[in-house]
Ligand binder design. Structure first.
Ligand code: ATP
Length: 261
């Protein structure tokens, strides 16, 4: 797959910045002045045990948690006032922890939902409809190249897929909207070990194509060899950040294990 097929414009943004980021659920503070930078093309891990704040960070970046303070920007563009759908249009994709597959829809239908609404109104000309269809087919082909297993499952209901297949569908559906930045929440969770390698390869290929990835994970083996840097969260704070060499260093990993339990 060509990197250019996933790009929205000729000058995609270069840096996603989270600065002095604090988040609350009601009176309870869940994140404390978190700083994080993700450059275009980077694949970063967000590590931490249960309740550390990984999902909260992802949800709050996407505007899904109302009480937030700090700075959030894509290059110089302030994202704080953007609605979740506007962020999606700007190229921010999300693979949620609970996958959110439409169980009564087929794999193909799930992928169509990810691509967007088919122009069915009369206002759309035949040409517009056929252009839309061609773009859909094109993107579908690219996504199926990344997740070849889904090709033979296109007619199967989402609810009849295994956990690993659902995870792939969840990622593939997100990719149908051609995001430049993807926030992934524990994609390896509940996936059978024999399927994990394939999933890891798909994420690796995606990263190689230039898509920027921030992945919340507890499975350190999954991010090793995949991510180029890591942030470790503990009780809502980034307690350390490591580069790829540290991620692949067993001593660094060992010292982080106390954070990951
Ligand atoms: P896990 O891997 O278990 O999902 P996590 O690192 O993603 O953990 P979060 O889910 O972000 O952690 O939770 C961070 C803190 O915020 C926890 O103390 C959690 O109880 C709290 N929290 C999360 N969601 C809510 C919510 N909707 N309302 C109130 N508190 C919440």
């Amino acid at each position: 797959m060509q990197a250019s097929t996933l790009q929205h414009n000729a000058h995609p943004p270069q840096t996603l910045e989270v600065r002095e980021w604090s988040v609350w659920y009601g009176q309870a503070q869940a994140l404390f002045e978190v700083n994080l930078t993700l450059k275009a093309g980077e694949c970063a891990a967000l590590l931490g045990r249960n309740g550390a704040g990984k999902s909260t960070l992802i949800h709050s970046i996407l505007g899904l948690v109302p009480k937030r303070q700090g700075k959030l920007s894509l290059d110089s563009e302030d994202l704080m006032a953007k609605e979740p759908f506007e962020l999606a249009r700007m190229g921010l994709g999300w693979v949620p922890e609970d996958r959110r597959i439409f169980s009564q829809l087929t794999v193909m239908e799930n992928l169509r939902v990810g691509f967007g609404n088919t122009p069915t109104k009369r206002a759309f000309s035949k040409v517009a409809k056929s252009n839309f269809e061609a773009q859909f087919e094109n993107q579908l082909e690219h996504v199926l190249t990344l997740f070849p297993l889904l090709r033979v499952l296109l007619k199967r209901l989402g609810g009849h897929l295994s956990g690993g297949e659902q995870q792939m569908l969840s990622m593939a559906r997100t990719l149908m909207s051609r995001p430049q930045w993807i926030l992934m929440d524990e994609v390896s969770e509940g996936v059978a070990p024999q399927v994990l390698e394939g999933l890891k390869e798909s994420v690796h290929n995606l990263s190689q194509m230039g898509v920027s990835i921030l992945m919340a994970e507890q499975n350190i083996g999954f991010v090793q060899g995949l991510c180029t840097k890591a942030f470790v969260l503990e009780r809502g704070r980034v307690v350390c950040a490591g580069e790829q060499a540290q991620l692949n260093d067993p001593h660094w990993i060992e010292s982080q294990l106390k954070h990951l339990s």
